[in-house]
Design a protein around this ligand. Structure first.
Ligand code: ARG
Length: 461
């Protein structure tokens, strides 16, 4: 295949070298965006009378034909020795309309072209990802609503701490993913900038109309500085770092799902359709989707570090190193999309073991704080109360008793302020109900929070 730059060279390229520099095997994913960008660019060249109307029509027609072939699924034909998708398209166009194809590259370089393709691609993908995030939030919300009232142990240090509502736990993730979505929405603004018209690095001597191209392609703004526009990849880095945070949240949720579906916890049962078995142990049902989401978090972090490192010492403006930005970007997009989809399906279809969750809150001393609060309400300082309850816990441990087994007279032997109501306070249900502060786990507050969350989601649709 003829090179876009052959004129200056006496020898042809070395075979190994040719393969080494080629990005076609992965940048073919950008074909649709490259064609759309080229169509808008050709139309602009015609509008500004840089090329004639007939030339414009021929070029646009040829590009549209290629686009149609691509959309009909013929893009599998993208093979060969082209250096990248830009050369591949130009060559294909030449085959269709002859040498006029060469006029498409007036006032343009592959440097602003690739920056454009990536921005068009990422704008679309970020919107898809936001939708998937909304779906995940919806699954969490529905499960929180369906299971409202179920009490589970709340943990710190993975030790039973205080009883909480299972729905409160799920809603914590609802808010985490809400912040991730907010970050995606915010970074979208910085992707939504047209780099085309910057040419190789310095701008162009042709009388182009960048505003026209921006409006054709749906960009809100055009880039201010040609050097910056062809060498900036921070719109990708911002996406990769937001994705890394999002994967971290998905991974934490995965970890909980894995723990909860173990025999020891037995808090939930995952649907068969999101698990696999073992080739040797017939009884096994493994939470693979959750494990793989947790595992793939590593590659998304890696993708961020990968591109940060690639970019860190690059002088302005374009350098071929930047071709390495695409694989981590594409890999992150597909990892995120699949993980988000599977996580919401897993949440949507899991069964919650109410009984096991609730019995786990018994005999675990997780209402000890309630007992301390009770004494504080009777006038003790929190420190005094804390110490005294600590003694009661010790007494229980030494006598092999749980807090809820203590009789009123036993309690009274520790402090005279204990009365009949104390026994009520020790129940997990009362402990949950008592946490009625804003953002707390009482039924009232959690229902309120679910209603609010529903409204938030509705407003977004
Ligand atoms: N394949 C290149 C990339 O992905 C496109 C830009 C090439 N520019 C150049 N001057 N070689 O970055």
């Amino acid at each position: 295949m003829e090179k876009l730059w052959g004129g200056r060279f006496k020898k042809t390229i070395n075979k190994e070298m040719e393969e080494f520099v080629s990005s076609l095997s992965f940048d073919k994913r950008l074909i649709k965006y490259d064609l759309l960008g080229s169509i808008a660019h050709a139309q602009m060249l015609g509008k500004c009378k840089i090329i004639s109307k007939e030339e414009t029509d021929k070029i646009v027609e040829g590009l549209k034909q290629i686009l149609k072939e691509v959309q009909e699924g013929k893009e599998k034909i993208i093979t060969g020795e082209a250096e990248d998708i830009h050369s591949w398209i130009e060559n294909k166009l030449k085959g269709k309309i002859g040498t006029i194809a060469g006029k498409l590259h007036i006032a343009r370089s592959r440097n602003d072209q690739i920056a454009l393709d990536e921005r068009l691609y990422l704008k679309e993908e970020v919107l898809i990802i936001q939708d998937l995030m909304k779906n995940l939030q919806k699954s969490l919300l529905l499960s929180a609503q369906k299971n409202l009232g179920i009490i589970m142990p709340g943990y710190t240090h993975l030790q039973h701490a205080q009883p909480i509502l299972f729905s409160h736990h799920l809603m914590a993730y609802f808010y985490m993913f809400g912040r991730d979505k907010g970050r995606m929405q915010d970074l979208f603004k910085r992707i939504d900038v047209l780099p085309l018209g910057s040419a190789a690095l310095a701008g162009t001597s042709f009388p182009i109309d960048r505003e026209f191209v921006a409006s054709q392609l749906g960009f809100s703004r055009i880039s201010e500085n040609s050097l910056d526009a062809v060498s900036d990849r921070d719109f990708i880095l911002e996406f990769l770092s937001t994705s890394a945070i999002l994967m971290m949240h998905l991974s934490r949720l995965s970890e909980e799902i894995i723990l909860w579906s173990s025999k020891e916890f037995n808090f939930i049962e995952l649907d068969d359709s999101f698990c696999t078995g073992s080739s040797i142990m017939p009884q096994k049902k493994n939470p693979d989707a959750a494990e793989l989401i947790r595992g793939k978090t590593g590659r998304v972090y890696g993708n961020l570090i990968n591109l940060l490192t690639t970019m860190k010492a690059l002088p302005l403006a374009y350098n071929h190193d930047m071709q390495e930005d695409k694989e981590p970007l594409f890999d992150t997009v597909s990892t995120l999309e699949r993980s988000l989809f599977l996580m919401s399906k897993m949440i949507e279809t899991m069964q919650v073991n109410k009984e096991k969750m609730e019995t786990s809150t018994k005999g675990d001393f997780s209402t000890a704080t309630e007992l301390a609060d009770y004494l504080v309400k009777k006038g003790l300082s929190f420190r005094e109360a804390h110490k005294l309850i600590g003694k009661i816990v010790l007494y229980c441990l030494e006598n092999k008793k749980y807090l809820e087994d203590l009789t009123l007279s036993e309690l009274k032997s520790f402090h005279k302020s204990f009365d009949k109501k104390t026994l009520e306070v020790l129940k997990p249900q009362s402990a949950v109900e008592a946490k009625d502060s804003f953002g707390g786990t009482s039924l009232n507050r959690v229902s309120e929070s679910i209603q609010k969350a529903k409204k938030i989601l509705k407003q977004e649709y």
